[in-house]
Write a protein that binds this ligand. Sequence first.
Ligand SMILES: Cc1cc2nc3c(=O)[nH]c(=O)nc-3n(C[C@H](O)[C@H](O)[C@H](O)COP(=O)(O)O)c2cc1C
Length: 404
Amino acid sequence: MSPKREQQTIVVGVTGGIGAYKACELVRDVMRRGFRVKVVMTESATRFVTPLTFRTLTGEPVAVSLWADEPDAKVHHISLAEAADVVVIAPCTANVIAKLAHGRADDMLTTTVLATEAPVIVAPAMNTHMWRKEVTQANVSALRARGYAFVEPGHGALACGDVGEGRLAEPALIADAAQAEACRARDLAGVHVLVTAGPTHEPIDPVRFIGNRSSGKTGFAIAEEAARRGARVSLVTGPVSLPDPFGVEVVRVTTALQMRAAVLARFDSSDVVIASAAVADFRPATFASGKIKTADAPDAVVLARNPDILAELGEANGGRAVLVGFAAETSDVVTYAREKLAGKRLDLVVANDVSGELGFETDENRVMFVSADAAEELPVLDKRVIARELLDRIAALVDARKSL
Ligand SMILES: Cc1cc2nc3c(=O)[nH]c(=O)nc-3n(C[C@H](O)[C@H](O)[C@H](O)COP(=O)(O)O)c2cc1C
């Protein structure tokens, strides 16, 4: 399998573990697969293997110091961070795992990782006791939750004489992971993805509205991930306090009717629609143009039904675009998700149970992907990781549709 576009760049980070010599094999393997490789080493790594070795293998300068005088006018860690399609750290010490988990940037490698938008793969290697330490495992979990991928260390004889977990995974396995991530990094190139996010606010008067607790985090994470994977992304969002994701067309709306207009204006050019917004089903039938005085408060607010945007798209679609809906339920999650799938002619429903603590406003969620013939339950995951899993499924659906 070769990379999809012009040569992609894999930045290989090498840290100060005895497994550093295996990074030479990794670099060769990744290059054989058609990638350009740039190596970044920690100072400790240079105690194990010389930069000259990697320079000779890759034909590229090797970055070690943040302070080296570079002929290139661009700040080196930033140019590396931008050039990277994927960053792979192998071997990765307990120390670098800890630094990454806490956002530290005090050397060339950790500064490059903090500055990059590229996916990062970590291949840890260390003594068994270091690997099993609670603090190391907590750091690994924190990084996983933020979307870092791990190539687990293997079991066997370690350089320190111990036998156990902690051995660097085989270089070919790490190269496989890097290649898979590089392909994923471009798997939505040329695809227009329309995402809706957040709540809608349905005004009663200029200061009051009917709304809901959606934070927009999931939709924003999906938009960001889709853009990172090469898609052209339009994000139509209700009122949320999140910043615009990079490289995404963001359309900020307030009401369901405004959201409908913004979505319909973009639907014909969209290949994928992911409707994660919690659109209000009802709006106040009348809008008071001046603030209603407390003494004049009506006994009831008369409601009018809002249009069902996704059902409208399902009807107009005729199987053209991939349509994905969300179903936040408090019971019988799969049953309702299947009803939604069939009723609105969707390809996939992301269902979640909001009766517990997870769902609205949280960073994590537990979701199911429900299609006509399958219901796949995921563990509790950060919303960014859910975005990634969802786009894996969607990329496969887009591919299948293209080949029809
Ligand atoms: C001979 C030797 C082997 C080492 N091997 C490892 C290792 O495999 N994994 C690890 O996490 N640390 C290992 N260390 C400790 C690291 O080198 C040390 O924590 C260092 O500060 C790491 O620097 P870095 O994370 O900036 O590369 C080793 C140290 C020595 C002296």
